[in-house]
Design a protein around this ligand. Sequence first.
Ligand code: DGJ
Length: 692
Amino acid sequence: MTHHRLDAARQTLVLATPANGLPICTYWGARLPDNADLAAVATASELDLTGGMLDANPALTLCPQSSAAFPGQPGLVVRSVDGAPLRPVFSKAATKRSDALSLSYGDAALGLTLTFRFTADEATGVITASTTLGSTSPILCDWLAAPVLPGPQLADGMIDVAGRWCDEFQPVTTSWSAGIRTRDNRTGRTGHEHVPLLYLPARGCTNTGGEAHALHYGWSGGHRMLAEELPDGRRQVQFGHASGSDLLPGQRFVTAPLYLAFSDTGLTGCAVSFQRHLRDRIVNWPKPDTPRPVHYNCWEAIYFDHSLDALTAIADRAAALGAERFVLDDGWFKGRDDDTTSLGDWTIDTAKWPDGLTPLIDHVHSLGMTFGLWFEPEMVNADSDLARAHPDWILGPMDQPLGRGQFVLDLAKTDVRDNMFNQISTILDAHQIDYIKWDHNRVLPFNDAAQTRGTLDLLHRLRTTHPKLEIESCASGGGRIDFGILHHTQRVWLSDSNDALSRLRIQHDAALLLPACVTGSHVGPRVCHTTGRIHSISFRAWVAAQRHMGFEMDPRELTEDEAATLTKVTAWYKANRDWLRTADILRLDSADPTVIAEQQQAADGSRFVVFAGHAGTSAQIAPRPLRLTGLDPTATYTIDLANRNDISSLSRGTPALKSGPVTLTGRSLMSQGIALPYALPDSMWIIEGHRA
Ligand code: DGJ
């Protein structure tokens, strides 16, 4: 038996490779001392036997095998092309260790090889794992799991993530119990409903304290997750492509990367590892040193009703408020007056734009803003020149139910990808466009890994040809958010809900995966278009300033007071965005359940800002103190309220923060916390902190 360890910041993963059979994860948790005896670790985890069990415990390997009498779900299900089940018995082939650890196994009789690959990132704290299956002749692969890991024992529940249009990233807590919790997303895209993310908190874990393991499957085509408790009490966690993703025989099957994090500082520790890894390792930034520009997006201002006059007036107003990038949304291309036609025909609508887009783009540039344009390249309307010319390019049957009146294009086809590449490139070549909002407004007729690979290939080709281009991943809001798509894009449109109250909650939970710099957040219209609610401009502006800020209302609706507040908050965002770009989002534990609070902290701990949002009216009259986290207990910090103007006349007392800065030790801020001024519902306190 040989043993390998992978260390990434605070976590260690130990793998044992027996002489016969596949490797086993014998340890996944807090970092072990450098001199830990790995053989002893393996021995210490061996289970006893008693009545009602086989004479030896079938191993929970990185790919549990039905051929080895494993009593739970196997990590691999393969069939010959005629449909007969294959039951491989793998034996050791090769081990390679460089930056990556690669462990290969073979079944010579069946002509199969199975390779597990691991890398560990010391800086971000993330371990990345994947499984590859090779075959000398074509086979059918019904299920291939990324390396299968044991679930923690001292854990009562697990948190996976559901959601819906306008209410993304909803954590769902389920108890561990005998049997299986499965998520199998057959919609063909990551989806609002199935974020491929799992947190496994140990008993007593909160946002800021206790142990947690977390896993994210970086795939945009829909995932399958299963968390199973075996009769003997062992737990296993599997992630892979959704069932039925690869329907055709093949000779090589690869899982997406599975990202692993561990924390002994609560859920937030895992969240920070994922945030850093995404920001520093996954996203390819075309201009890494450029500040994240304040966006203006015209969708909720004008929808399909484009005109040069209105949009230049809007651009003037947006620039005056502080916008730096102007994004022309849906409605600019041939015949697109509503959402029933024209997808697929990416040429400029000459009725709305008789002189093309150049006059608007020039105007936007003259205001010092860059220009972005909306596309939905994977889709087609029946009423389009493209569908009329190429009905065979449509994915699925013609009589399928439509989504938003549209079909999906079959991007597994080279001709389709070439056509989309050429149409988009033609527009990009002819205009100064540095940004695309890439939308995807329906689920697929069936899930299909080839479609996802086609989309990623098209994105890759466009970004290689236009290396300065930034792309936003949008799918009716947050329907496609994962590390797979974010390898080719730089921003996500988190939700179509510009309702600040909804957004506050969605952003908070999305921070389990996403850093601020990729998370788009816009100040919407006064009366929210998706909820009908009205919020103060201050609340709307601060919620947007928590992430990558933008505006999406018709700025001509703003009163002078509203414009002044928005300009001020935007100026605050600009003054702070450089350090915030690399800050960690630490989700706080709030004593008052109506307070949704986070601390964005500079990597060196020298400064932070707390956003404490009041998502309703509290049960008690006076605000409960808010405890901070991640500070040096012995250091001294000065904290101050950045939005003292928002204190309402209903606050009659004298809490320290109301009148001026407060200086306290980190210990005091983390243990006792700080009393906040009385807050109206749907409002937010901004508390800035500096280490002395
Ligand atoms: C859905 C997106 O989420 C919106 O922001 C907008 O771009 C529309 N599509 C345009 O059709």
